[in-house]
Design a protein around this ligand. Structure first.
Ligand code: NAD
Length: 337
């Protein structure tokens, strides 16, 4: 089986991370037909936009993109590539796993969370206005359709990936109508999975405290947009931060896999940056494609190379370059297959 994938290398460290990741994914033995699409700073100069329509058309055609980070241009006039992709492709679910790794410094050794964030509405719907010179209003939109859709995604992800429990995160004690509807929608969907996947809910402030104190007690969290944004960064912090945090944006007809970190321009072209987050985003892509065995081989290889601590990049205390780290991971995958 060969998969057609749109590959967007991105800006800054993006191209070298994309090259490294491509080598690792090809090391699984799975066939990829990469449709290379430039976007970001370079295309602003040549095509007048960081997100040319051909990029969106490519993702519509392949259904899947692997994307490096893109520098957000300073100043106005250009839409954000990430927001543009999310809107054009209705990427309604943002998925960010956070798992402790031996060899990555953090306060915990036993975190294994997946944050599933609703990506289209809530206070991020962008409906806000000034009320006179000294006041402003932002409107929080919560619908049953979007809440049920994200809850169902969280449960289905749990079924597919051997997860046992979904926790809905909300503030329904105060926002009884909006967050109340989100919670009610999650409860309705949870009923369809009774006996298979457990369900509980937590008020968001209590959730943050629990995550800091006992993160090992939680499994899959489903959140409205704003809480998901905050809680997923908190979770990334629990496992060692940006360099190792993968992510996915999922829609009905398309999905974009990308690291949480940005383009780190100061490391661009130096073979220094850590490709782990993009490689693990590639593993999420493999899971999405149903290639669970290959995904696990990639994840295991990354974890083993990092745990050994010999061929790791400088952010993890080593001296290896991006390419050397990726080659060590790819070699480990060959060994495991
Ligand atoms: P950044 O994530 O690029 O960098 C933050 C810090 O983390 C820096 O110290 C950087 O050196 C380090 N870092 C990040 N990724 C690393 C890696 N793979 N290996 C080693 N170290 C790494 O965040 P920033 O500096 O705030 O943003 C730079 C640019 O990236 C901005 O233009 C921003 O808008 C953009 N950005 C893009 C995305 C995206 O495309 N999804 C996400 C975040 C930021």
């Amino acid at each position: 089986m060969t998969y057609a994938i749109t590959l967007i290398p991105g800006d800054g460290i993006g191209p070298e991370l994309a090259e490294a990741t491509r080598g690792v994914l090809e090391g699984t033995g799975i066939g990829f037909e990469w449709d290379l699409q430039q976007a970001g700073e370079a295309t602003i100069a040549t095509e007048g936009t960081p997100l040319p329509e051909r990029v969106i058309e490519s993702i519509r055609r392949t259904g899947i993109a692997l994307k490096g980070p893109i520098t957000t241009p300073v100043g106005s006039g250009f839409r954000s590539v990430n927001v543009g992709l999310r809107q054009a492709l209705d990427l309604y679910a943002n998925v960010r796993p956070a798992r402790s790794m031996v060899g990555v410094e953090s306060r915990y050794t036993n975190v294994d969370l997946v944050i599933v964030r609703e990506n289209t509405e809530d206070l991020y719907a962008g409906i806000e206005h000034r009320v006179g010179p000294d006041a402003a209003e932002s409107i929080k939109i919560i619908t049953r359709a979007a809440s049920q859709r994200i809850a169902r995604y969280a449960f289905e992800y749990s079924v597919r990936n051997g997860r046992s429990r979904v926790t809905a995160v909300h503030k329904a004690n105060i926002m009884k109508l909006s967050d109340g509807l989100f919670l009610e929608s999650c409860q309705q969907v949870a009923a369809d999975y009774a006996g298979r996947i457990g369900f509980e809910d937590r008020i968001v402030d209590n959730m943050c405290m629990q995550l800091v104190q006992k993160p090992e007690l939680y499994d899959v969290l489903v959140c409205p947009n704003l809480y998901g944004d905050i809680v997923s960064d908190l979770a990334a912090g629990l496992v060692g931060g940006l360099g190792v945090a993968p992510g996915a944006n999922i829609g009905e007809n398309a999905a974009v896999f990308e690291p949480v970190h940005g383009s780190a321009p100061k490391y661009a072209g130096q073979n220094k940056a850590n490709p782990t987050a993009l490689i693990l985003s590639g593993a999420l892509m493999l899971r999405h494609l149903g290639e669970t065995d290959a995904a696990e081989r990639v994840e295991t290889a990354v974890r083993e190379v990092i745990a050994e601590g010999i061929t790791v990049t400088s952010d993890l205390g080593g001296t290896a370059g991006t390419r050397e780290f990726a080659a060590a991971v790819a070699a480990r995958i060959h060994g495991a297959s």
